[in-house]
Ligand binder design. Structure first.
Ligand code: URA
Ligand code: CA
Length: 433
């Protein structure tokens, strides 16, 4: 087989066989296929797409390029959730203990992440003593006992994806649905998921700017998952404004705890119930989404979900008292209110720009090696569509530096108040399964 012939076949709209795709991925991973040929191949995929069969085969070829986490010693269907990335998205912190509390095992490997705030691991580390290093044996034992554990990434998972993603980044081929879908799904499958729930974000703050593209990506991933034996469901959710009120690590931990107590922001609560219901269904613990939602609501109102959160925190060395006393979380030195200059209705809260404001405070990493400040961030006081009086706070800036002028200038630019009544954008779009 020659790579040049496969590039030509894809360029001319042909469908590659499983052997051909395996040849491309293994050859690229081990260095036999050079970057320039893989670049041409990626561009051919960008223009001509892939069939459902090709996407599924590509996904499994990338899984086979490296290690796989073996979770077979964990009883039950291991369900993983993936979000395509949002601002102030605290769902994992809520969902892990919440679905675990109704019996779905959550064996989660999480990342630190670049961007507006830290990743799930950074957020958890704002709980004093919490550690993310468990041996494989401890990890498996904890999931069997408590149904939930969260650890850092280990092993050499999907090296083909790492290499290809870096190449796509510099060859204008990131934005190809078959390539994105196979990239995401390969990582979930290599991490040991038996079933997968996907939150595909759309809007200003998201990777997929339009609902049409978000739907195509969701459909591609659901098709891949189901065709390789991993039951998969997806939703499309709005990311034109940040999720919940809090953007920042410790601030989001507090928000997650409030949500587990049934006192969280409406949007975050709704998103967690929607995604959580799908996790419970694909995890085989309920027959349908309605039944699953009732189970989750009951777990919140009875305190069961919060109790699992405490056990989980405690098992990983953290102080479970944070659940009852948010003062135990790191706190910023200064809290500056950002006031509305006008009376009216909140018209826009541009998610990625507000996320960047939180990053300027130190909540996120600008580069891989930056230090993050777990205490700082932004807490919104109003969401799109809410009314606001002149001089009323729109947000609080939690900072460890006295000078927050740059952050205020950004909020002035990206939080708009209109004199006319504004409809809030619907949070949950389509369900795809
Ligand atoms: N996220 C991924 O993991 N892969 C992509 O290709 C794009 C976004
Ligand atoms: Ca939030």
């Amino acid at each position: 087989m020659r790579m040049v012939d496969l590039i030509e076949k894809k360029r001319d709209g042909g469908e590659l066989t499983a052997e051909e795709i395996a040849f491309v991925i293994s050859g690229y991973t081990n260095g036999e296929i050079p970057d320039y040929q893989m670049s041409a191949f990626s561009m051919a995929v960008f223009f001509n797409g892939m069939t459902d069969q090709e996407q599924a085969t590509l996904t499994m070829a990338m899984v086979d390029s490296g290690d796989r986490i073996n979770l077979s010693k964990i009883e039950g269907i291991k369900v993983d959730k993936h979000s395509t990335g949002g601002v102030g998205d605290t769902t994992t912190l809520v969902l892990a203990p919440l679905v675990a509390s109704v019996g779905v095992p959550v064996a989660k490997m999480s990342g630190r992440g670049l961007g507006h705030t830290g990743g799930t691991l950074d957020k958890l580390e704002s709980i004093e003593g919490f550690h993310i290093e468990l041996t494989e044996e401890q990890f498996i034992q904890q999931v069997n006992e408590l149904k939930v554990a969260v650890i850092g990434q280990s092993g050499n998972l999907t090296p083909a994806d790492k290499k290809l993603y870096s190449l796509r980044d510099v060859t204008a081929t990131v934005n190809s649905i078959p390539l994105i879908a196979s990239s995401i799904m390969s990582k979930k499958i290599a991490a040991g998921a038996d079933a997968i729930v996907l939150d595909v974000k759309t809007g200003e703050g998201a990777f997929m700017k339009t609902k049409e593209d978000a739907r195509k990506l969701a459909e591609a991933m659901v098709s891949i998952g189901n065709s390789v034996g991993r039951r998969t469901m997806a939703i499309i959710s709005d990311m034109s404004q940040p999720l919940g009120f809090a953007i920042g690590n410790a601030l989001e931990v507090k928000e997650a705890i409030d949500t587990l107590k049934g006192q969280g922001p409406e949007d975050l609560t709704e998103l967690c119930l929607t995604l959580g219901s799908q996790m419970v269904v694909v995890g085989g613990k309920a027959n349908n989404l309605e039944e699953a939602r009732e189970m989750l609501k009951e777990a919140i109102s009875s305190g069961k979900a919060l109790s699992v959160f405490k056990q989980f925190v405690s098992a990983q060395g953290g102080n479970p008292e944070v659940a009852d006393n948010a003062d135990l979380l790191p706190k910023a030195k200064y809290i500056v209110e950002f006031l509305s200059e006008n009376e009216g209705y909140v018209e826009s809260l541009e998610a990625d720009e507000i996320g960047t404001a939180a990053m300027l405070l130190g909540a996120g990493r600008a580069t891989k090696d930056s230090e993050i400040d777990l205490a700082v961030g932004i807490v919104l006081k109003k969401k799109i569509g809410e009314s606001v009086a002149k001089g009323e706070p729109l947000a609080e800036i939690h900072s460890n530096r006295e000078d927050v002028d740059e952050v205020i200038a950004r909020l002035q630019k990206y939080i708009k108040v209109s004199a006319q009544k504004i409809e809030a954008p619907p949070l949950i779009g389509e369900l795809i399964m």
